[in-house]
Design a protein. Structure first.
Length: 156
């Protein structure tokens, strides 16, 4: 699943999404650039609004949730290893996420730098980078377009 940033300011969100955003974000700055693509590591649902679990910067060591109102879905394919989870991150926010993340302790272990969690996340991050690269390569091919058809013999 890949999304494209279309908004990078709280003020740009629709009036409908602002209360949801304000309930879950405490003055967090958004450093994403409009037009930037992101691999989605999972989707949580906060008050029925999807939030994408993404890396804001490729050097980040763990993904964070961002409101879907900031993005446009450009590849909606769901990875085969995603599962529904009712209590990820030791909370009651439902989500669809990679199997390892359904363990409520996994995210905490990742934040604490525990080796198995970090290793597993870096494996997922490598896959994510490959998926973004494949997507961008496909987009470049689309931009080039198809060569016009020229007929070498007359139509009559």
């Amino acid at each position: 699943m890949i999304v494209k940033c279309i908004k990078n300011k709280r003020e740009d969100l629709s009036a409908e999404l602002l209360p949801n955003y304000d309930n879950y974000v405490n003055g967090q700055e958004i450093y994403m650039e409009i037009g930037q693509y992101f691999f989605v590591f999972g989707v949580s649902f906060r008050e029925d609004v999807p939030w994408y679990l993404i890396l804001e910067d490729e050097t980040d060591d763990y993904p964070l949730p961002f409101s879907s109102g900031l993005f446009k879905m450009v590849d909606s394919s769901i990875p085969n290893d995603w599962h529904f989870c009712n209590q990820p991150f030791a909370s009651d926010i439902p989500c669809i996420i990679q199997k390892e993340w359904t363990n409520p302790l996994f995210y905490g272990h990742l934040l604490d730098g525990e080796e198995y969690a970090v290793k597993k996340f870096y494996e997922q991050k490598k896959i994510a980078n490959n998926e973004i690269k494949k997507f961008l390569d496909k987009e470049k091919k689309k931009e080039k377009g198809v060569l016009p058809f020229f007929r070498s013999t007359p139509f009559f």
